[in-house]
Design a protein. Structure first.
Lengths: 196, 315
């Protein structure tokens, strides 16, 4: 019996290649018209300025297979697509922030646009796959940003990554690329195998 | 025959402490998945160093340093408990209230309702001043709104979310801030033991008349402590609003505060329901007095002689 060939979409950031240029952050904000104060993606750097030890990584929602945000949401506004992309319905979201408490990556973002600075509805990386609204409609863009996946395009952050540190796609494909980079010395991009 | 033993004098405190100890033991031993060592060490670390990020020891590797800076440390210590608690509150908390209401129904059936024999309804005594009544009723209204809007979040699955539930969630935050001065005023006017500590006219004027009976004293202490816990945790959760880059510095602290908020809300709810039963249901005529501020003298003579004595003393 053949195994089903489902894609499981994942991000991977190669810390050997990330140069903290923040191109992915800017590209994401620009493409989806993300408001000021909200960052669907961030770049974190450790040992900044220490030669040979500086290390950066680009972070966003990791689209967990067993997503804690989905488990904890009291109004069940999250849903996971067949390809593994974790999305949410802003029409259902009540901005309680439980997903932020549960997320290990700090991905959910809340605008502070309510009266007296109360939180608005949650915003997070959609892997450029929009939301539950009609695909590529104006409403979908207003709430979730571009739906590049439906057009067969790579998410904006990865497509703009100048060093190709940020990879996105089916988990098996991403793993193959990383393996190739580790073992194919001298051919194309070569980076050390995983492990800090 | 009434025996004046230590147990009888302190029955309310002993039973409360034993009940809470049993409840704590069952919860800690069988129902919680929190990492207690980290839970306490983190709080101690915060107090001693003022550092909120939850990193108790310096990282041993680049990996650990990256985790601390990107996501915040020790995800497995508190977060899984928050996730579990959020789910189970939706599923099982109904039964806590069902059990509590069942206990009150049993008490009502066994003990009935206390009522005074009133032969002179015109002979009324002013017990609550306008100020007292304003504070008490504001407290009742604000707490009711907080309970309603709080459970609006907890039981969001039933409502399905949406804009109305979203607005009520925002209202919970705003009402919580409004409750701060009202809780403070209520804590001051209900501090009947202040009359034992200070003997001056201002205290007599501000504090409610009468003496605390042991169970009411327990409820007052719970209201004071749990109210403080709720307000501090709630307002701090609302006030600290980390962005993507400061998330790792504050998220563990916010998780801890949410945990305190859950715990204190459960405890204060239990004792508030107890208070509502004992004041509003178990004794006839109390509710009307809370509105008008006046009670028939015979009502006080029969059911609250300490209140009457206190009012007579003031004159």
């Amino acid at each position: 019996m053949s195994k089903p060939e489902y894609a499981r979409m994942k991000f991977y950031c190669d810390d050997n290649l990330c140069i903290d240029c923040n191109g992915c952050v800017v590209a994401c904000k620009e493409a989806h018209e993300v408001p000021v104060g909200i960052n669907r993606r961030k770049v974190v750097t450790i040992n900044e300025g220490v030669v040979g030890k500086e290390m950066s990584i680009s972070m966003a929602c990791m689209h967990c297979t067993d997503a804690p945000c989905q488990q904890v949401c009291p109004v069940d506004c999250f849903y996971i697509r067949a390809d593994g992309i974790v999305l949410h319905d802003k029409d259902k979201c009540i901005g309680c922030g439980y997903c932020l408490f549960a997320c290990p990556f700090g991905a959910p973002q809340f605008p502070q646009d309510g009266a007296f600075g109360t939180k608005g509805k949650m915003d997070k990386c959609t892997m450029c796959a929009g939301g539950p609204e009609e695909t590529n409609s104006h409403e979908e863009f207003e709430k979730y940003g571009q739906n590049r996946i439906s057009e067969g395009k790579v998410p904006m952050c990865a497509s703009m990554c100048s060093t190709k540190a940020l990879l996105v796609g089916d988990a098996n494909e991403v793993a193959s690329i990383k393996t190739y980079r580790s073992v194919a010395q001298g051919k194309g991009i070569a980076t050390e195998s995983y492990g800090w | 025959m009434h025996s004046d033993t230590f147990y009888n004098r302190n029955k309310a405190y002993i039973l409360t402490v034993l009940g809470l100890a049993l409840l704590t033991f069952v919860f800690v031993e069988f129902m919680m998945i929190i990492e207690w060592k980290y839970f306490f060490e983190y709080q101690l670390h915060m107090i001693l160093t003022g550092n909120l990020d939850g990193v108790l020891t310096p990282p041993n590797s680049n990996y650990e340093a990256m985790v601390n800076q990107a996501f915040g440390p020790n995800y497995t210590s508190i977060a899984p408990e928050i996730i579990r608690a959020s789910n189970e509150r939706q599923e099982f908390i109904w039964w806590v209230f069902v059990a509590e209401i069942a206990i009150f129904c049993y008490m009502y059936l066994v003990n009935g309702r206390q009522s005074a024999e009133i032969t002179r309804p015109q002979d009324q005594v002013q017990v609550f001043t306008l100020f007292h009544r304003v504070v008490i009723w504001l407290n009742i209204i604000v707490i009711s709104v907080l309970i309603f809007t709080g459970f609006n979040i907890t039981w969001g699955m039933r409502s399905g979310g949406g804009d109305l539930v979203f607005l009520l969630r925002g209202m919970h935050e705003m009402t919580g801030i409004i409750w701060l001065p009202i809780w403070l005023m209520m804590s001051i006017i209900a501090f009947k033991d202040a009359k034992l500590l200070f003997n001056n006219s201002l205290i007599k004027k501000i504090i409610l008349p009468g003496k605390h009976k042991p169970m009411k004293r327990v409820i007052y202490i719970v209201f004071l402590l749990m109210g403080a816990g709720l307000l501090i945790s709630g307002i701090t959760i609302w006030f600290i609003h980390p962005d993507a880059y400061t998330n790792a510095q504050y998220i563990q602290f916010k998780r801890l505060l949410l945990y305190v908020h859950f715990g204190t809300s459960v405890l204060i709810m239990f004792f508030l329901m107890d208070f509502i039963y004992s004041v509003m249901i178990a004794v006839k005529g109390n509710l009307k007095g809370l509105v008008t501020g006046k009670y028939p003298r015979e009502h006080l003579e029969q059911l609250a002689p300490d209140v009457l004595e206190d009012i007579e003393d003031k004159r």
